[in-house]
Unconditional design. Structure first.
Length: 399
């Protein structure tokens, strides 16, 4: 019994391939529509997945243990921000903070050997290097003993702009900012772009916080960048930090950004974006399914006499239905597999061109292939049922 079933199934599959081959260009065009639809679904799912991972990596590079306090201007605030921060008081109020780095942000031209670069001028303390995970392949960062000195640490991009291949900027050189010469004591390694932290290290020059009066008459703290001990509840630490800063900086509004909140919000946004991409791919896939139905309807119309002969020889309605349904599914399956390969290749090329690290979304292949087969089954069902309902006498009259 099982042998007959296997022979019947293999015979139906063979007839399906023969029939599709005789359709010629129409079959190829329908197959092309399915391939495009299937590849669109697979490619767009993977592109959305890799875009979300790349965006999340920007935050993770800075570490989810980083908290940044900013001080938005309020309408009734009359007290200006101070030049420095009582970091021991903040540390005492929030013991889980391991690095506390108040910063002053300004901007201006930096000159070296007649070459000029516009840079962010960051007044910093020694703890900023730990808070931002700064790496220095040459020289060192600012220390607590440098606050009265005219020292500078230069970001990677600024160093590249000011220096040349024959005369690179290096520790020991002097750069001019306004009317002061600053001794370069360190050059930063190329840092990843920072979204959470308001400092782009590559485009910055770091100066002693207490010496910012040399650049601007009345500097004020712009932000406070901190790192939190591992295993802490970031929400609770952020709340405690907010209250402590409001106590230390009386009359100032304080907002503390929690990176995990931003990552969760971005994840929800990326998920919505992924659903949109899947919908766009689904529209393309439906277009391919309509092409399959069109081809199968034409196939039924041209094979009415064959259908009549099969029925006259004893074929049942379900045999006719299964034959045409198998042809539609076979055409769709070939398109689904080809589209899956094309979709993964397209997503890989797009990721490499965008500078992303490519990783295959686990759901892309099951969703892409499965949805394509369902579309083929849905759009092939009507032609198959129509063929099975033909009356043998009417079908045999067609020439």
């Amino acid at each position: 019994m099982s042998l007959k079933v296997e022979q019947s199934a293999s015979q139906l599959l063979h007839e399906a391939f023969v029939s599709l081959r005789t359709l010629g260009k129409r079959s190829i065009l329908a197959l092309l529509g399915i391939v495009i639809g299937s590849s669109s679904v697979v490619a767009l799912i993977n592109i959305g997945h890799n875009a979300a991972e790349d965006a999340a990596a920007i935050f993770k590079d800075m570490g989810t243990d980083t908290l940044v306090a900013r001080f938005p201007a309020s309408g009734d605030a009359r007290t200006p921000m101070p030049e420095t921060l009582d970091t021991p008081a903040l540390k005492h109020a929030v013991p889980s903070l391991i690095s506390i780095a108040p910063i002053v942000l300004l901007s201006g031209p930096v000159v070296f050997n007649g070459r000029t670069a516009n840079a962010s001028l960051v007044g910093a303390t020694s703890e900023l290097a730990s808070a931002m995970r700064l790496q220095l392949p040459a020289g060192r960062f600012l220390s607590d003993f440098d606050q009265g000195e005219t020292y500078a640490v230069v970001g990677h991009q600024i160093a590249q702009t000011l220096g040349t291949a024959d005369e690179p900027l290096k520790p020991g050189d002097r750069i001019r900012i306004n009317d002061y010469l600053f001794l370069v004591i360190g050059i930063l390694q190329n840092q990843p772009g920072a979204v959470l932290v308001p400092v782009q290290a590559n485009d910055s020059v770091f100066l002693p916080l207490h010496g910012m009066r040399r650049i601007f008459a009345a500097p004020q703290i712009s932000n406070v960048i901190t790192r939190v001990q591992a295993g802490q509840d970031m929400e609770q630490v952020a709340s405690a930090m907010t209250q402590a800063l409001k106590t230390i900086l009386r009359g100032q509004d304080v907002e503390v950004q929690v990176p995990q909140q931003m990552i969760d919000g971005m994840t929800r946004q990326s998920r919505t974006f992924g659903y949109l991409l899947m919908a766009l791919g689904g529209i393309s896939l439906v277009g391919g399914g309509v092409g399959v139905m069109n081809v199968m309807l034409m196939n039924v119309s041209e094979r009415r006499r064959e259908i009549g002969i099969r029925m006259a020889l004893g074929a049942r309605q379900r045999d006719i239905r299964n034959l045409f349904l198998l042809e539609a599914v076979t055409l769709t399956a070939v398109g689904a597999l080809s589209g899956a390969v094309l979709g993964v290749a397209s997503a890989f090329i797009y990721a490499r061109m965008s500078g992303w690290h490519f990783s295959l979304a686990a759901s892309s292949l099951p969703l892409g292939i499965g949805s394509t087969l369902l579309v083929g089954l849905f759009f092939g069902l009507y032609p198959a049922v129509s063929a099975s309902r033909l009356q043998p006498v009417e079908a045999l009259r067609d020439e």
